[in-house]
Design a protein around this ligand. Structure first.
Ligand SMILES: Nc1ncnc2c1ncn2[C@@H]1O[C@H](COP(=O)(O)OP(=O)(O)OP(=O)(O)O)[C@@H](O)[C@H]1O
Ligand SMILES: O=C(O)[C@H](O)CO
Length: 508
């Protein structure tokens, strides 16, 4: 077998880790997820086991960082059945995609889809509001015989602002920014956004009623919760004012809220919720997740097997502080590489720490079982796959991202134990960008600290200053950085731990 031109046998574990990461990203490219989920045969469109009539009655809207590529592929598939479309996409994205030669992610010259770029710095702005208005108008004009395809991906919340009157865009932006700065989780943030919006929390599906709505969703939230991804514009959610107030109070924002926000929260959401027609059930809406971290891990796992690794999927829901995540992976590496020698406390410690970072006990037990079986004959290494979105507590002023910081912390975890020197770890953002850096993440092995020392670098001060990008740029001329460029998709991060099944003799 040849992968990327190299024979598998001659590939190092570092190279294999990079190939597995590329397979994870490749599986959730906007065009491939749409190709896999939409099937047109004659005048029928099949999606998620359901079939819809195409009679030049198809309309399309989309919002999020990946929907341009999704829309381009949809238009190629449905052809002239598409009547009209409106997209709200990040500022500058068309130019970036053109510049990177990503032609398949761009709309054709004769497209029927109108594109609005907005939401600079991932905050709702006037351009995104204009797009939201157009999307709303398109949906409102639909009839029973129309079909509305809704393309949704991460970043969709900021790209579809429609504040409930009398809330102004500035006021909504202010609340969102303050919540994010206070460290609110995406679940908390979107609980508030839903309550303040005409389109989120099912508002868009309501506008399109009685047309049939089919939403294709590329998930960037752990657990793929339909009501939270891009704040669920096609998922009817009841607003619980107490829940919204609890979030605002937790982040000490309730006392400084604008009067307009108080007024809207006092009425339990926008008027449409209260006047929703009795017959407007959820039957006219089909929501389907077509790309997710779990799907990326499955595909990565298939490639890992093809290139001679033994794949074991841990979880697509890793979250929590990068320090704890690195510690858990360090414990798992020790458990795998010295099974005979590992103390019973190691298993207990793993079971205690896992749930703190979003990994369920049964997944830990299953994985520990698989790791302890992996020490005999067979593939040269086990490839433990996980994904999610850990967090970094920013205390320093350096340049880095959560993936590079996790990789550097893993380097520290693995260094110092000769049995772990051949273990390889990769952490990468599937969007190709880790924090404000040009790298997606980094790949390290258990020799990191020794190599750094040889080059006169000490990782500790870099970690203390959240300066992981500078560290990896200086170490071995940047050889450890993962640099795929912007990928045009986003299903959070992927972590790969490559554990040689028979560790080599420790070098002196
Ligand atoms: N110097 C740094 N070191 C480590 N992490 C950092 C640093 N600067 C920013 N970050 C982290 O980067 C993240 C922001 O970057 P990014 O835009 O890639 O993530 P995001 O907002 O979650 O977007 P997406 O969901 O599109 O990946 C935050 O989690 C932040 O804590
Ligand atoms: O847009 C959003 O709300 C986030 O990216 C989560 O989907």
């Amino acid at each position: 077998l040849n992968v990327g031109g190299a024979s598998v046998r001659s590939m190092s574990l570092d190279e294999r880790a990079r190939e597995v990461f590329a397979a994870a990203v490749g599986a959730v490219q906007p065009d491939s997820v749409v190709r896999r989920s939409l099937e047109k045969s004659g005048n029928r469109l099949r999606v998620a086991g359901q079939s819809f009539d195409l009679r030049h009655n198809l309309h399309l809207v989309g919002f999020g960082k990946a929907v341009l590529g999704m829309a381009a592929e949809t238009e190629r598939i449905v052809g002239d059945h598409l009547v009209k479309g409106v997209l709200s996409v990040p500022h500058g994205i068309q130019e970036i995609l053109r510049h990177h030669g990503n032609g398949q992610m761009l709309l054709g010259a004769d497209t029927k889809i109108e594109v609005f770029e907005g939401a600079k710095h991932n905050l709702p702005d006037a351009n995104a509001q204009k797009a939201a208005k157009r999307i709303c108008e398109l949906a409102n004009a639909l009839t029973e015989s129309d079909l509305l395809l809704v393309l949704i991906s991460g970043g969709g919340s900021a790209l579809l602002p429609a504040p409930v009157p009398p809330i102004s865009l500035d006021e909504k932006q202010d609340v969102t920014r303050k919540l994010a700065a206070a460290g609110a989780t995406i679940q908390e943030l979107n609980t508030v956004r839903r309550a303040l919006s005409l389109l989120k929390g099912g508002g868009l599906a309501h506008c399109a009623y009685p047309a049939q709505v089919v939403a294709l969703i590329l998930s960037d939230v752990i657990g793929d919760p339909l009501d939270l991804i891009a704040s669920g514009p096609t998922v009817h959610s009841e607003i619980q004012p107490e829940e919204v107030w609890a979030v605002l109070e937790r982040h000490r924002l309730s006392a400084t809220l604008p009067a307009s926000v108080r007024e809207v929260l006092g009425k339990a959401g926008p008027q449409w919720r209260r006047e929703r027609k009795q017959d407007e059930g959820v039957g006219h809406v089909l929501n389907t997740v077509i790309g997710s971290n779990g799907i990326a891990l499955e595909s990565a796992s298939r490639l890992a097997r093809e290139i001679g690794l033994r794949p074991v999927v841990l979880s697509p829901g890793v979250c929590g502080d990068v320090r704890s995540v690195a510690h858990l992976y360090g414990l798992l590496a020790r458990f795998a590489c010295a099974p005979g020698a590992s103390s019973p406390d190691l298993g207990t410690h793993i079971l205690q720490l896992g749930p703190e970072v979003g990994v369920e006990s049964w997944d830990l037990c299953r994985v520990m079982q698989a790791l302890s079986e992996g020490c005999g004959e067979g593939p040269s290494a086990t490839c433990l796959l996980a994904g999610g979105e850990p967090t970094v507590q920013l205390t320093g002023k350096g340049k880095g991202g959560r993936n590079q910081e996790l990789a550097l912390r893993m380097g520290m975890e693995l260094s110092g134990e000769s049995l772990l020197q051949d273990v390889v770890f990769l952490s990468g953002g599937t969007d190709g960008q880790d924090g404000p850096t040009e790298a997606a993440g980094a790949v390290i092995d258990g020799r990191l600290r020794r190599d750094a020392q040889r080059e006169g670098l000490d990782p500790k001060p870099f970690l203390a200053n959240n300066d992981s990008f500078t560290f990896f740029s200086q170490l071995s001329a940047g050889r450890h950085l993962l640099l795929p460029g912007l990928t045009g998709t986003n299903v959070m991060d992927v972590h790969l731990l490559l554990l040689p099944t028979s560790p080599t003799t420790p070098s002196p």
